[in-house]
Design a protein around this ligand. Sequence first.
Ligand SMILES: Cc1ncc(COP(=O)(O)O)c(C=O)c1O
Length: 375
Amino acid sequence: VKHSGLPTPPALAHLEDRLEQLRTEGLLRHRAVPLEAGALSFCSNDYLGLASEPLAVPASGPSGAGASRLVCGERVEHRKLELALANWLETEDALLFSSGYAANFGTVAALASADDRIVSDALNHASLIDGCRLSRAEVAVVPHLDLGAVAEALARPCAGRLWVVTESYFGMDADAPDLKALRALCDRFGAALVVDEAHALGVLGPEGRGLCAEAGVQPDVLIGTLGKSFGHSGAFVAGSQALTTWLWNRARPFVFSTGVSPAVAHSATAALGRARAEPWRRARVRANAEALRTLLGEAGFAIPGFGHIVPVLAGTPERAVQWASELTRQGLPLHPIRPPTVPRGTSRLRLTVTALHSEADLSRLVGALRRVVPA
Ligand SMILES: Cc1ncc(COP(=O)(O)O)c(C=O)c1O
């Protein structure tokens, strides 16, 4: 744990005990070894293969915003990207955030207040959970994908407003809520629907516009990240102008943080253009997902969910760590997914496919899994 040989400051000495505790529980995480450019990987969220493209920066473009966008950090690159996203998703407007974490956390906390009730899926991402906590609203955590529990939580009397918060394609479980039914429940009870499409946008739905688009559902708040399919960093919230104006005023991670780098915004706009103009990328992800799931099925693995996220359940953290290190030793760097990222007892490998994987890559992965993971 200690690298320099210097003693830990006394006020932080307790951290050593806590780290030891994590180690004995199999939950200690180490700094990662940097991935070499072009290395084969089955655990990135770079689904379309755009992260390995060079940054598209205009020769004279500014590198930094220099301030919060409310102060003097506003640049044309920000607005161009927001308008391109709103145009693509057919919403009135969009607002950029520095990450999906900040977008989820800041948006939920800015929208819900103390008298409200948020109905939140039990497997929602940490950023949504943290936004619920910061909002001070009552949080009704409902079992994963359980529409009956959502209906019950919405039906109970509430002094304030009602919110339903969910991912569209769950990033660890590769499954999806019935968005049409959730929209109908929200309409029936006057609740707002907040959907995080982090893992769907770019790949799933018509032209990669996500699972809400596929279901023909208009969420009140749609959140997406630029760090996954679009291969950059940053994120956005898309919806009405009232929504983006409110967030401009009240979303704390937006208000109190330096604007996204204009260079990154410019390059992300180009990446969005490529995602739209190069449909072969999402077609390849989908085909690779089908192929990997079929190969794993033939090899006797029971893989839950659908699509480009492929969970291989291990149960205990120790087992997930052992599988991941063995596969990494065999040249397939994988990371064990453990609590608190997933619930206890559901540690796993989370495989992902991208547009850049070949058939040979998939066969190599399945061959290695057969050797490492007991039937
Ligand atoms: C469902 C979901 N939402 C949001 C995020 C956060 O996005 P970002 O990586 O842009 O902070 C993640 C990524 O880990 C995620 O899985």
